[in-house]
Design a protein around this ligand. Structure first.
Ligand SMILES: Nc1ncnc2c1ncn2[C@@H]1O[C@H](COP(=O)(O)OP(=O)(O)OP(=O)(O)O)[C@@H](O)[C@H]1O
Length: 536
């Protein structure tokens, strides 16, 4: 409960206003039940003007209730919108503080789930539920008050029967929980399986075995459907028992009201009001308890670390004036085997380097270490005097640009993909696009779809290079980026990068032309046996 209340700190005034409106709404809704008593009494007395008066008053109460409900639901949605925005910003800011290594500890779908599923749960079980609780609780209190006003015994019996009705589901609590978990597991298994099957849709299609896909979908759907049927059968039975008990309780209330009316404690008309009010007490009491229970799930979500905290030192600026130095560098993805072994090397400022070696010899691993993408190494990696482990990874990202083999392309325009939404000079963007011949196959305004699937591999790599050039950082590391580009184009790009005196270039390549080789400051060759052998 406290965790949910804390969320409203972002919108205190509006929340207070919606509470006041909810209370007013509860009052007018109970009012419309209370007016039934005099209405019935006037009806029994065949008093037309009296009936008209009370009927109009009942309608007025309903009108006010509906109008307040309309205004309140808009207001509540505004509050929910502001709070969920705030939470999403908080989560994203938290993620922004992480290093890439920390971020990759979890699958990105988990972060997406924080921003979607978890937020939806906070919205439904926390925020919306809180508003419903206020409304249910105030209606409950006013209804009990009205019953008490007629006769104290009505209020007491309504509370006792309400509590009894409410306790029944607790007897089946463990059973219901087990059934719900089973249903949720079946739904999630179905989703995972369907995602897996459709992820490989083209495999089924191009092997002409679409019928296998259909059969799999049918089987999974049938299993999920069977679990649903079982759930409805089991929980439906419990709901039937609860419904029966609730009807019985209302009959008891009706009996008591009739008895009190016969004994002259109040008019016969009260029977209609009391029936409705006790119905309200039963249903609202159950809703209040369920609401409190649902609110507890919000604690479970917020207890999950959905606001990641950076484990690193505070960001500061590091300078790159002399060299990127590696000393006795060792790294393995597992304890069993090191991919990089006792590797020492120095990449001096402004130098041009190529890393070559057979597939799997650790070239990509090495550049990930250099660019702060992998942290758990032994030995030292220094930018001038700053050891990478002791600086904030964001400082490294400021100095080193890594262009990966498979760049991520957003479903935005080419221009947006280069500038990443950061304001850049249009002239500069045009120049870069021209230099990389982007303008030969696309324009800066052209939209990308399916993460660049409308581009060839080489075109995607040109786009990634354009991004790197637009963010011009002193060290540029490229992972076989020109591999997908034709020999002439690739040589042209390499020539331009190698001609830039201030730029330190480290590139992995499988195709080292003689022209490029001659322009290099150093060549690093990683081998099978001695993975860290270097030739300069
Ligand atoms: N994330 C990872 N987890 C575990 N092992 C990995 C991981 N990434 C790479 N490896 C292993 O590390 C070794 C070196 O891989 P790396 O990608 O650095 O080689 P590479 O020289 O760049 O290869 P290629 O030229 O084929 O791109 C390989 O044996 C590979 O299987």
């Amino acid at each position: 409960m406290y965790e949910t209340l804390k969320l409203f700190k972002y919108e205190k005034k509006l929340t207070l206003l919606t509470i006041v409106l909810s209370i007013a709404m509860a009052l007018s809704s109970v009012g419309s039940s209370v007016t039934l008593a005099p209405l019935t009494d006037r009806l029994i007395a065949r008093d037309l003007s009296g009936v008209t008066y009370w009927l109009l008053l009942t309608i007025a109460f309903w009108g006010v209730t509906l109008a307040l409900n309309y205004a309140n639901s808009i207001l509540q949605e505004q509050i929910i919108r502001k709070i969920t925005n705030q939470l999403r910003v908080q989560i994203t800011d938290g993620l922004n503080d992480m290093s890439l290594t920390d971020y990759r500890q979890s699958d990105h779908s988990e972060y997406v789930s924080w921003l979607t599923n978890d937020l939806d749960l906070i919205k439904a079980n926390g925020l919306q539920n809180f508003f419903e609780l206020i409304s249910n609780f105030s209606t409950l209190i006013f209804s009990i008050g009205a019953l008490f006003f007629y006769h104290y015994s009505l209020a007491v019996i309504a509370i006792i029967l309400g509590v009894l009705t409410m306790l029944i589901p607790n007897f089946f609590g463990t059973f219901m929980e087990r059934e719900t978990n089973r249903l949720s597991a079946a739904n999630s298994k179905f989703l995972t399986k369907i995602e897996d099957l459709f992820g490989g849709f083209s495999v089924f299609l191009t092997h002409n075995i679409g019928h296998i896909l259909t059969a799999n979908v049918n089987e999974e759907s049938d299993q999920q459907g069977a679990t649903n049927v079982k759930y409805v059968r089991n929980t439906g039975f419990i709901e039937l028992i609860i419904g029966l008990i609730s009807v019985l309780a209302q009959m008891v209330m009706l009996g008591l009201t009739c008895y009190l009316a016969i004994k002259g404690y109040f008019s016969v008309g009260v029977i209609s009001s009391s029936g409705q009010l006790s119905g309200i007490v039963f249903s609202r009491l159950t809703s209040v308890i369920h609401g409190i229970f649902r609110m507890k799930t919000v604690n479970a979500i917020t207890k999950k670390d959905i606001k990641p905290q950076s484990q690193h030192s505070t960001p500061s600026k590091i300078d790159f004036e002399r060299a990127l130095t590696l000393e006795h560098l060792n790294f393995g993805y597992t304890d069993a085997k090191d991919v990089i072994k006792d590797f020492s090397y120095q990449f001096v400022k402004g130098g041009k380097y190529a890393i070559v070696g057979k597939s799997g010899t650790g070239k990509s691993t090495l550049i990930k270490l250099l660019s702060g993408r992998l942290e758990n190494y032994r030995g030292t990696i220094k930018i001038d005097d700053a050891e990478l482990k002791s600086v904030n990874p964001h400082d490294i990202y400021d100095v080193i640009e890594l262009v990966e083999q498979k760049p991520y392309i957003f479903n935005e325009s080419v221009g947006e993909n280069i500038s990443l939404g950061v304001k850049k000079s249009p002239t500069m963007l045009e120049k870069i696009a021209e230099f990389l011949h982007l303008n030969e196959f696309t324009s800066l305004k052209a939209m990308m779809s399916e993460h660049g699937s409308n581009l060839s591999g080489g075109q995607r790599q040109r786009l990634a290079l354009a991004r790197a050039m637009a963010f011009s950082k002193p060290i540029l590391i490229i992972d076989e980026v020109t591999a997908g580009i034709d020999a002439e184009g690739s040589q042209q790009i390499e020539d331009a990068l190698l001609a830039d005196e201030n730029l330190t270039v480290i590139m992995i390549t499988h195709t080292l032309s003689d022209k490029t080789r001659q322009q290099l400051t150093g060549l690093v060759e990683l081998g099978d046996e001695q993975r860290a052998a270097t030739l300069i």
